[in-house]
Write a protein that binds this ligand. Structure first.
Ligand code: ADP
Ligand code: MG
Length: 683
C-alpha cells in the first residue's frame, strides 16, 4: 500500500465506510492522510480519581470493577454503567446507547478514560468518556486527541483508527521540499508533520506540524505563480503609446467628470503597456465605482495603436450590457461586436456566429465583448492587443495563448476587473503575479445606501415602503437563497416568494422571477423586462449578484440574509444606489442567533467592501468566500490566508529557490507541482 492506494485496501474499510469516505472526497490513502483535524481535545492531563474537580477535562487510568447495561426508566434507552478504581478512589462511569461497550470493556480491564468530570449531589461521575485499553499506545485518550470534520456515520474514533492503520505509510512519506528550506526554518519533515498533525505528541509539535503543512500549500501555489510570472516576463506584448489628444477628447465627451482614482488607475494601466512587455493587472473597485469607463479609456488607446480588444463577462446578460454601454461610449468611432454561446443579442438582430468569427479573424471589430464562449469556441482575433476580464479574477497564461493571434508573436495585455475586494495578504498569497490598482473613491454625488436589518414584526411596514417606492416609479430586487421549497430549514425560496408577492402582497404590480434553473433565453427576457421597467419587482436568487446596472432600482430586499456571506451581501447591495435616487438595502433573517445578528449588524454599519471582505475571510475562510473550488483554485486546507508573516516567508523562500535551483532537479516537487489541484491558472 502507498499514498495512491484506494481506501478499500485498508483493513476494516468495507463498502459502507468506503462510500461514506467518498462522500467526503476521500478516495485514496493520501486523501485520508490529508484530511486534517479542525481541532483537538486536550486529554493530556492524567489525574487520580481522588484529585478530580467538577468540570475537569482529564484522563484517568483505572481498573474496571464492574460494567453492565440497563434500560433507562423513561425511554427504552440503554445505559451502560461501570465502576472503576485506580487505587485512590472509585468512580462511576455512564455511557448512553452504546450497548456493545460491554463486549469491548470487561471487568478486570485496565483502561484510560478521557472526558469531563461531573460532581453533583449524587457524587462524582464521568459521562460518555472516550475509553481505550491502557496496554496500547493511545490515540483516543491520555493525549491531544484530534477531532475531524466528518459526515454522518463516521466517528472521529473510527477516523483515527483508520489513520493509525496507515501510520506506517505516513512514516514513509517522501520529502519533497529542498533540505535547506527545512533546515533554515526548523520545519518538521513531511512525514513527521503528517504524523504529528493527526497524533501530536504535544501542543508545540501540533503547532509545528501545522506550520509545515501551511507552508507546503502556499509554497506550491507561489512556485506556480512565480513561474508563470517568469514565463510572462520572457514574452513580448504590443507597444501601446499613450495618445493624449484623443484621450482628452474622450474624457470630455463623457456625461460626467472622472474621479481622481479613475484617472489615476487609467493612467497606471496605460503606462504599463508602453514598454512592449505584457501587462498583467487587477483593477479593484467597489461596485459602482466606475470601472467600465476606465476600461474604455484603456481600450481606446489600444485600438488607436492599431490593436484589437476583447472584454469577457461572466454572463450573457452582463456581456450584453457591456456591449450596449461601450457602443454608446465609443459613439460609432469604433466597431463593437458581441460573441456569446447562444449569440442572441437583446434588442438587436441576431447575427450569424460564423460570420462574426470570420469578421474577428479578419480584424473587422475593434472590440468584441463576449463570454467564456470566446475561449471555448477557439475564436481567433487578428492583432489582439488587450484582454479584459470582468468579475472573474483569474485567467491563465494558457487561456491567453488560446486567444493570441496565431500570426503574431506578441502576447496580449491583460486587465482583470473585480468588485470583490481582495485583502492584502490574500492578494500577496494568491494574486502576486498581478499588479494591483485600486479605485477607492466613489463618483461624486452618490447617496449612501441606507441599510437596515428588519425585524419580522416590521415586515408589513417594509412592504408598505416598497409599495410607495414602486408607485413613485422605482424598482425593487427581492433576493432569496433557494430555488425550491425543498429546504427543511424553512429558508425562503424564490418560487414560493414569487407566488406570495404576486398573489397576496403586490397583486397590482408586475413581478418577475429569475433563477439559475431558467433557460438562458428566459433569464435574458426577464432581465430585459426589468431593465425596460416592464417589471417592477424582480424576485431572484443570487444569480443577480454581479455587475448588472439598473439605476432606477432603489430597494434591495434580501430574505434569509444570514445564508449569504458579507462580501456577497455587499455585491447585492451594490445593485442599487446606482442612480440619482436614495436607495435602501433591507435584510431579513429568521436566524436570531447572537453571532448571526452581530454579523448582519456589522454589515448594516459597514459600507466598505474591503473591510467586509476581510471580516468575511476571518469568519468563513477563503475557500468559501472566493469559491476556489469552482474557480480552479487550490483548496487551502490549513493555510491561513490572513497570516502575513507566513505568506511573506513563503515568498522569500520561493525567490531563494529559483535563484539557486530548477524545479526539474526536484522530481518529487515537480510531481506535486504538476498535479491538477495546484494548477491555479485554469490551464
Ligand atoms: P462598476 O465599477 O461596478 O463596474 P460601472 O462601471 O458599471 O461600475 O459604473 C457604475 C455607474 O456609474 C455607471 O452608470 C456609470 O456610467 C457611472 N459612472 C462611472 N463613473 C462615473 C463618474 N465619474 N461620475 C458619475 N458617474 C459615473
Ligand atoms: Mg462592472
Amino acid at each position: 500500500m502507498n499514498f495512491e492506494s484506494k481506501i478499500e485496501l485498508i483493513d476494516g474499510v468495507g463498502k459502507v465506510l468506503a462510500s461514506r469516505l467518498k462522500q467526503m472526497g476521500i478516495l485514496t490513502i493520501k486523501d485520508l492522510v490529508y484530511h486534517f483535524p479542525y481541532r483537538y481535545e486536550d486529554y493530556s492531563v492524567v489525574k487520580k480519581i481522588n484529585e478530580l474537580n467538577h468540570e475537569d477535562v482529564v484522563t484517568i487510568k483505572a481498573k474496571v470493577e464492574l460494567i453492565a447495561n440497563r434500560r433507562s426508566w423513561k425511554k427504552r434507552k440503554v445505559v451502560t454503567e461501570a465502576i472503576v478504581d485506580d487505587g485512590s478512589d472509585r468512580l462511576k462511569i455512564v455511557w448512553f446507547n452504546q450497548p456493545f461497550l460491554i463486549k469491548n470493556i470487561k471487568a478486570g480491564d485496565e483502561i484510560f478514560l478521557s472526558g469531563k468530570v461531573e460532581i453533583n449531589n449524587y457524587g462524582t461521575q464521568m459521562v460518555s468518556p472516550s475509553y481505550e485499553k491502557s496496554t496500547s499506545k493511545t490515540i483516543h485518550t491520555a493525549r491531544l486527541v484530534s477531532i475531524y470534520p466528518l459526515t454522518q456515520g463516521i466517528t472521529a474514533k473510527q477516523f483515527r483508527f483508520l489513520l493509525q492503520k496507515v501510520l506506517l505509510i505516513i512514516k514513509q512519506t517522501k520529502e519533497f521540499l529542498p533540505i535547506d528550506i527545512i533546515e533554515r526554518n526548523d520545519f518538521f519533515y513531511l512525514n513527521q508533520a503528517l504524523e504529528q498533525i493527526h497524533f501530536p505528541q504535544s501542543h508545540d509539535s501540533m503547532i509545528k506540524a501545522k506550520k509545515r503543512l501551511q507552508f507546503d500549500e502556499l509554497f506550491l501555489v507561489q512556485l506556480r505563480i512565480y513561474q508563470a510570472k517568469m514565463e510572462l516576463k520572457k514574452s513580448n506584448a504590443p507597444r501601446i503609446k499613450f495618445l493624449e489628444k484623443p484621450t482628452v477628447d474622450f474624457v470630455k465627451s463623457l456625461a460626467f467628470e472622472l474621479t481622481t482614482d479613475q484617472k489615476k488607475t487609467a493612467w497606471q494601466i496605460i503606462q504599463d503597456m508602453e514598454f512592449g512587455k505584457p501587462m498583467n493587472r487587477l483593477l479593484e473597485g467597489d461596485v459602482g465605482s466606475g470601472k467600465t469607463v476606465v476600461a474604455a479609456l484603456v481600450m481606446q488607446n489600444v485600438i488607436l495603436n492599431g490593436y484589437k480588444c476583447i472584454v469577457m463577462a461572466p454572463t450573457e446578460i452582463l456581456a450584453t450590457q457591456h456591449f450596449e454601454t461601450l457602443k454608446k461610449m465609443f459613439d460609432n468611432h469604433f466597431r463593437v461586436g458581441i460573441f456569446t454561446r447562444s449569440q442572441r443579442i437583446i434588442g438587436t438582430e441576431s447575427l450569424n456566429k460564423n460570420l462574426i468569427k470570420q469578421k474577428m479573424k479578419n480584424g473587422e471589430f475593434d472590440v468584441v465583448i463576449g463570454t467564456q464562449a470566446l475561449i471555448q469556441e477557439s475564436v481567433e482575433i487578428k492583432d489582439l492587443g488587450l484582454v479584459i476580464i470582468d468579475e472573474q479574477h483569474r485567467f491563465g497564461v494558457g487561456q491567453r495563448k488560446k486567444l493570441q493571434d496565431k500570426g503574431q508573436k506578441l502576447i496580449p495585455h491583460f486587465l482583470s476587473m473585480t468588485a470583490t475586494p481582495i485583502p492584502r495578504t490574500l492578494a500577496l498569497a494568491l494574486y502576486s503575479d498581478l499588479d494591483l490598482c485600486i479605485i477607492k473613491s466613489m463618483p461624486k454625488g452618490r447617496k449612501q445606501i441606507v441599510s437596515r436589518l428588519v425585524e419580522e414584526i416590521n415586515r408589513v411596514k417594509a412592504y408598505d415602503f416598497i409599495k410607495q417606492q414602486v408607485m413613485d416609479g422605482r424598482q425593487v430586487f427581492v433576493i432569496c437563497p433557494l430555488i425550491d421549497e425543498s429546504d427543511t430549514l424553512g429558508v425562503k425560496s424564490v418560487t414560493a416568494e414569487f407566488k406570495k408577492l404576486t398573489e397576496e402582497i403586490f397583486p397590482q404590480f408586475n413581478i418577475g422571477l429569475l433563477h439559475g434553473k431558467l433557460k438562458s433565453e428566459q433569464k435574458d427576457s426577464v432581465m430585459q423586462g426589468f431593465i425596460n421597467k416592464k417589471i417592477d419587482i424582480l424576485v431572484s436568487t443570487s444569480v443577480i449578484e454581479v455587475g448588472i446596472d439598473v439605476p432606477n432600482a432603489t430597494i434591495m430586499m434580501i430574505e434569509g440574509a444570514d445564508r449569504f456571506g458579507l462580501a456577497q451581501l455587499h455585491q447585492f447591495r451594490g445593485r442599487v444606489g446606482r442612480g440619482e435616487h436614495q436607495s435602501y438595502c433591507l435584510l431579513f433573517s429568521d436566524n436570531s442567533g447572537e453571532k448571526t445578528v452581530q454579523r448582519l449588524k456589522y454589515f448594516v454599519e459597514c459600507k466598505d467592501g474591503f473591510e467586509l471582505a476581510e471580516k468575511d475571510l476571518e469568519l468563513r475562510g477563503a475557500g468559501e468566500v472566493y469559491g476556489f473550488r469552482q474557480s480552479g483554485m487550490p483548496e487551502m486546507k490549513v493555510a491561513d490566508l490572513l497570516d502575513a508573516e507566513m505568506i511573506s516567508l513563503v515568498q522569500t523562500e520561493v525567490g531563494e529557490f529559483f535563484k539557486n535551483n530548477k524545479i526539474e532537479d526536484y522530481p518529487d516537487l515537480l510531481n506535486l507541482f504538476r498535479q491538477k489541484n495546484i494548477i491555479i491558472h485554469f490551464e
